[in-house]
Design a protein around this ligand. Structure first.
Ligand SMILES: Cc1cc2nc3c(=O)[nH]c(=O)nc-3n(C[C@H](O)[C@H](O)[C@H](O)COP(=O)(O)OP(=O)(O)OC[C@H]3O[C@@H](n4cnc5c(N)ncnc54)[C@H](O)[C@@H]3O)c2cc1C
Length: 372
């Protein structure tokens, strides 16, 4: 039985582990945290991510754990509507909000049911390109393939490619969950995502994950540090977004603040080591595609690589097929983050070139219907 050791139990590592295990590999996930925990609270899963989940047979989980949005409205800070997306017609795809922990739990359950061994509390400290992973407890474990799914500061990447500089961007964001209160949705329909942009670079997203819980993201320029302070300055943010005071008052000292980073390594594989997710292609979150893209690269790697003599060719072919789409997505997101594209217009695959690439790269070989 071929063996794969996967560093990192985030969405990328879990998706890959399920597919490897179902293809007959002995798959083990090493996660440094004592339990599989999801930072970041909530996120939208777009058509590409949903198709990966469906290809894993998790369609029912999408229904039971996700919250499908019917509209996504973009407003200026003045309250004037700038754009309105109806997910099916404008973007060619669905948008389903997830509480992150619910998604990780769903994937972990599927991984265990598929025979994946999850070793939490196991930090990976290095790897060897010949096919070995090094654990903090001193063990060196051989594998037919080592997968770095250990995030933007990947130890696997560092071990096989050296210290590569992370892309620095000019923004950061606070993410949290707030309870939904009566009056938050005037007509009672919680299937609406709302985003508010101010020319100062401040942005607030309000995205319900369920009828009771809302994912909230507050974005600021790093050159505007007052807006990045915790606890959030209610008066400062309410002065920019007066109509959102009721939500800003619910933030308090909750949430986790992250500065935006990206990484573009020269290759996604070296010897018997492959990188997926943020370890391979961490990107700025302007398009909400980091985790969605991570699921695609993870699925495609595990679905296409072999343990035999063709492995190097399989890895090259996997990267050749996926990388143009992912590079394009990274650049597109970066363009919005850098202010070169208008966040009121240029979001969510409105670009036909990106949509064509996306549709061509969804892993159709595993029974996923072609894009509508
Ligand atoms: C502000 C912000 C907003 C975002 N919004 C969105 C969004 O709306 N939509 C979206 O799709 N994406 C979004 N993202 C991006 C998304 O969070 C990432 O792209 C996604 O989590 C990547 O998944 P991953 O599994 O590759 O890495 P991670 O989620 O980082 O998981 C890596 C895992 O590896 C573990 N690990 C790390 N090092 C080691 C080690 N040495 N040994 C063992 N385990 C290790 C970590 O504990 C973690 O569990 C956002 C990111 C930010 C910063």
């Amino acid at each position: 039985m071929p063996t794969v050791h996967i560093a990192g139990g985030g969405v990328a590592g879990l998706v890959a582990s399920i597919v490897f295990a179902r293809r007959g590999w002995q798959a083990t996930v090493y996660e440094r945290s004592p339990a599989l925990r999801a930072n970041g609270n909530g996120f939208p899963i777009f058509e590409n991510g949903l198709r990966v989940l469906e290809a894993l047979g998790l369609g029912e989980g999408i229904e039971s754990h996700g919250h499908r949005l019917e509209h996504w409205s973009i407003y200026r800070s003045s309250g004037e509507k700038a754009a309105e997306y109806e997910p099916f017609s404008a973007t060619g795809g669905r948008i389903v909000m997830f509480h992150r922990q619910a998604l990780v739990d769903l994937l972990a359950e599927a991984a265990q049911a598929s025979g994946v061994a999850i070793r939490s509390g196991s930090r990976v400290v290095g790897a060897e390109a010949e096919g070995a992973v090094l654990l903090e407890d001193g063990r060196r474990l051989d594998a037919d393939l080592v997968v770095g799914a250990d995030g933007i500061r990947s130890a696997i990447r560092r071990a096989v490619m050296g210290d590569l500089p992370l892309g620095e961007h000019r923004k950061g964001a606070l993410r949290l969950l707030i309870p939904i209160e009566p009056g938050d949705f005037p007509d009672g329909n919680t299937r609406v995502g709302r985003e508010f942009n101010d020319p100062s670079g401040r942005r607030i997203g309000l995205l319900p994950c369920s009828p009771n819980l809302m994912y909230m993201i507050l974005v600021n320029l790093l050159s505007d540090p007052e807006a990045g302070r915790q606890p959030v300055d209610v008066e400062l943010w309410s002065a920019t977004f007066p109509m959102l005071r009721r939500y800003i008052e619910r933030v308090g000292d909750q949430g986790h603040y992250d500065v935006y980073h990206s990484i573009v390594p020269p290759a996604w594989h070296a010897g018997r080591c492959a990188l997926i997710g943020d370890a391979a292609h961490g990107m700025t979150p302007a398009l909400g595609q980091g985790a969605n893209t991570a699921m695609m690269t993870a699925y495609s790697l595990a679905a296409s690589v072999s343990s035999g003599p063709s492995q190097q060719e399989d890895l090259r072919e996997w990267e050749r097929r996926l990388r143009p789409l992912v590079d394009f997505t990274q650049k597109y997101a970066e363009g919005i983050t850098a202010g070169r594209l208008d966040p009121n217009n240029d979001i969510f695959f409105s670009d036909p070139g990106l949509r064509r690439l996306l549709e061509a790269n969804i892993p159709a070989e595993f029974g996923v219907a072609a894009a509508a």
